[in-house]
Design a binder for this molecule. Structure first.
Ligand code: BGC
Length: 805
């Protein structure tokens, strides 16, 4: 399909300069029917056969949530042996239950740059959802991607680089689904800030619509859609559409985004479900590609103006009055049922829903679906509170350490060398003072920032605090601690005696769904560092922060701050993970999956925050920066970062050598065509888009050598500069100087050398040609850069030419 669509590719213009036309999008109808392609074929046939036996009423309850034990519920149909669906948050834990683990957040998973750990995290998350009887995990997250560092939910996802996020999405989804649990990547798409994510009413009762994220077609493909393409390719079962509008139309009724990009271009075979209260119409949403309304009736949730579902029995009316074809409803049901069969969730041995989830939910009622007395496959009362944690604490601890980024280490401050006296300071160091779990609030002033808040949080039960872990690791040290930041800033460490050999200051920032934030660490953090470092007792201060992503560090150049660790949101083993790094059991190998700037003003993507809005359409967020987010912006605008994307120190040193490029020709021809060749079967979309986009067209290898004295893991990274020599296509104005296109994590003994190979696919070397509506390999020379961060001073470079003509 090469429909011509006029969407200008130019970026960096303001809304006023360019006008709304820049973001114009076509509608896309009809909603394509799923066909059960590839490995989903048999499951699709089973889905068709069950659908054929359903009454209209049964079909509508397959696509409309009801109240029940889980955060989202599709009731059973006992007559047909269908066991219902339990949908549970979220991306870092099965949240709404007891005896479950709290894993590292998405930002932490990304900071490991370790595909195996990302995958294993997915596996173990999947195991816990499965064992609690949950069919669907509402995660992972690639929306927000992290366009703005101020976004409240960025920590749930994998950082603002689409390539890194794409790999993490794919590994997570494959891991989760390998355990028989459906993944539900969210929030699709361009859900990049919390402020006005939902509509509101002003004082006059006028509905003020949710924010519209206005994104041009090239940016959509190369940045925001990219990780969702990986998700579809990984075979994701479902996708959650977002609260926001995209180019003026709500995400859950956006035919271009759902029918066009997702179900046609990416060949998505599963079902789209709405974010909770994110549906704003019935028929229109269904025709535009929405397959399931969640949570159905919304009594008192406050998330939307709607109480009754737009779906449910309204669908009967639509069918009866002819506005909705029965085939579209069948398609919705097929899409819902196919992954259920594909993952064998119909099998007898699929666990019952642990009743503890309904203990925690406010109430369980089934009266929206009165024909069935017991619509949920709940565990018997003597089989509840099942402990599903297994040995998952091990992975959590390992990932917590692997995602900790060493930003500064003067004169070998770290690892600690058996200090006799340790000072521990700051309210991030201790056990939670506010109880184990408060759903939508910080877990207490006094608590380690192990994860953020909102639905992406976890019911953290066994939080190991840094103070506890440091005591365990250093039983003979004299440990003095002051955890109250008010005391620290007012009393200047008066009680500390004798002076510690090393002072460790713990700082944090709490980020949560529902609000955006500044980049200042919380609780007077800058003053805390100032007081501790100027007290006379702490000329050797290590600062550790639990941070959701980019933060500003005005104290980073303080001479008494001799080491800095960004520990992110590591989950329940926070203290142990950190102690493993501090005491040198593990050499730091985390790398920043985002940029740390000198100042908030250095970022080009503020949150839109308006007051006294009277225009219902007033909330507009133009993505005028185009592709230039995070490091791409810093490189493009020549702004010096404090710590660049991809950066992180180690206790050892690595060098790269022998950069080698090899072109491979998937078609057997020596010349690569600019556009993907016509697919063999263009009628049936392939999951992830045109199959040739995933074919390897070149590979780059590099030797990595551990030149230090310590075993440690290196993260060689591959960046490409796209040629900017083809007029009217790519220019330096619209194309980032460098983009990440490969990374590997490799553990090396001192002296060991290994060769690492990065495979470049057609998608990796293409840009989105908005006029042709195809990915296109540009003419000219690509710059190839292999290094250990996005601004490595010792980059190895070469050029790659893929098209001669
Ligand atoms: C959030 C989703 C979440 C859902 C169910 C919504 O408010 O945006 O991420 O999965 O609630 O709890």
């Amino acid at each position: 399909m090469r429909a011509v669509q006029i969407l200008a590719g130019a970026c960096l213009l303001t809304h006023a300069e360019f006008g709304l036309a820049h973001y114009q999008q076509d509608s896309f109808f009809p909603s394509p029917n799923a066909t059960g392609s590839g490995d989903w074929k048999d499951a699709f046939i089973q889905a068709q056969s069950l659908t054929a036996k359903m009454t209209l009423e049964e079909k509508l309850f397959m696509v409309t949530g009801v109240e029940g034990p889980c955060v989202g519920n599709i009731p059973e149909i006992p007559r047909l042996g269908f066991k219902g669906l339990c949908l549970q948050d979220g991306p870092l834990a099965i949240k709404q239950v007891s005896y479950a683990s709290t894993f590292p957040a998405g930002v932490s998973a990304a900071a490991t740059w370790d595909k195996k750990l990302m995958h294993q995290r997915g596996v173990e998350l999947g195991q816990e959802f499965f064992a609690k009887g949950a069919h669907i995990m509402l995660g992972p997250v690639a929306g927000p991607l992290g366009r703005s560092p101020f976004g409240g939910r960025n920590w749930e996802s994998f950082g603002p680089d689409p390539y890194l996020a794409g790999v993490a999405m794919e590994e997570t989804i494959r891991g989760v689904q390998s355990q028989g649990v459906q993944a539900c990547p969210k929030h699709y798409i361009a859900n990049e800030q919390e402020t006005q994510r939902n509509p509101s009413s002003n004082e006059d009762g006028v509905t003020i619509e949710a924010l519209s994220s206005n994104v041009d077609d090239r940016t959509m493909h190369e940045v925001y859609l990219w990780p969702f393409a990986n998700a579809v390719r990984a075979g994701t079962s479902s996708i959650m559409c977002a609260y926001n509008r995209i180019n003026q139309t709500y995400a859950c009724e956006n035919s271009k985004a759902l029918n066009g990009l997702l179900k046609t271009e990416l060949g998505f075979r599963g079902y789209v479900l709405s974010d909770w209260g994110g549906t704003h119409s019935g028929l229109n949403s269904i025709l535009s590609g929405l397959d399931m309304d969640m949570p159905g009736p919304l009594a008192g949730s406050g998330a939307s103006e709607d109480i009754e579902s737009w779906f449910g029995r309204n669908i009967t009316t639509m069918i009866n009055n002819g506005s909705l074809e029965a085939t579209r409803l069948d398609d919705m049901v097929h899409r819902v049922l196919t992954p259920y069969y594909f993952l064998r969730q119909d099998r007898e041995s699929f666990p019952t829903i642990d009743r503890d989830t309904s203990q925690i939910t406010a109430g369980v009622t089934g009266d929206v679906y009165p024909d069935f007395k017991d619509p949920f496959n709940l565990s018997p009362p003597d089989d509840m509170n099942r402990d599903v944690r297994a040995d998952h604490a091990q992975l959590i601890r390992e990932m917590g350490a692997a995602s900790t980024v060493l930003l500064k280490n003067v004169a070998g401050t770290l690892p600690l060398h058996s200090p006799k006296r340790i000072g521990v300071f700051g309210n991030d160091a201790g056990a939670p003072s506010g109880g184990p779990f408060v759903v939508d609030a910080p877990i207490g002033v006094m608590a380690t920032g192990s994860n953020g808040g909102g639905t992406g949080s976890g019911r953290i039960q066994d939080l190991v605090s840094p103070l506890e872990a440091i005591r365990d690791r250093s039983p003979h040290s004299y440990i003095q601690s002051v955890l109250d930041n008010d005391v620290l800033t007012s009393e200047n460490l008066e009680g500390i005696y004798p002076a510690p050999d090393v002072c460790i200051v713990f700082l944090k920032q709490f980020a949560t769904e529902g609000e955006d934030h500044s980049l200042e660490l919380d609780y007077d953090a800058t003053n805390v560092v100032e007081t501790v470092t100027s007290s006379g007792s702490c000329p050797n201060t290590v600062v550790v922060m639990h941070n959701p992503g980019p933060v500003v560090l005005p104290w980073a150049d303080n001479d008494n701050v001799t080491a800095i660790l960004a520990a992110h949101y590591p989950g329940e083993q926070a203290g142990n993970s950190l102690a493993d790094i501090l005491f040198g059991d593990v050499s730091p190998s985390g790398k920043l999956p985002y940029t740390i700037a000198y100042s908030e003003k250095d970022y080009n993507t503020p949150i839109v925050n308006l007051t006294d809005v009277t225009d219902p359409n007033g909330w507009q967020l133009d993505f005028t920066e185009g592709l230039m987010i995070d490091y791409r912006h810093f490189d493009h605008a020549a702004v010096a970062p404090r710590y660049e994307f991809g950066f992180g120190l180690s206790y050892t040193t690595f060098t790269l050598s022998n950069l080698h490029i090899r072109r491979t020709s998937p078609t057997g021809k020596s010349q690569l065509q600019a556009y993907p060749p016509e697919s063999g079967n263009p009628g049936i979309p392939q999951p992830g888009g045109h199959p040739s986009l995933w074919e390897v067209v070149a590979s780059v290898s590099v030797a990595v050598h551990n030149t230090g004295e310590t075993t440690g893991a290196a993260v060689p990274q591959l960046y490409l500069s796209f040629p900017t020599t083809s007029p009217a296509e790519l220019t330096t104005a619209n194309t980032p100087p460098k983009v990440l296109r490969g990374f590997e994590k490799i553990m090396l003994e001192p002296g060991q050398r290994e060769v690492v190979t990065f495979n470049l696919t057609r998608r990796d070397v293409s840009f989105w040609d908005a006029v042709a509506q195809e990915w296109k390999i540009p003419r000219g020379d690509f710059g190839v850069w292999a290094g250990q961060s996005s601004r490595d001073e010792e980059f190895l470079t070469d050029v790659l030419r893929l098209r001669e003509e």
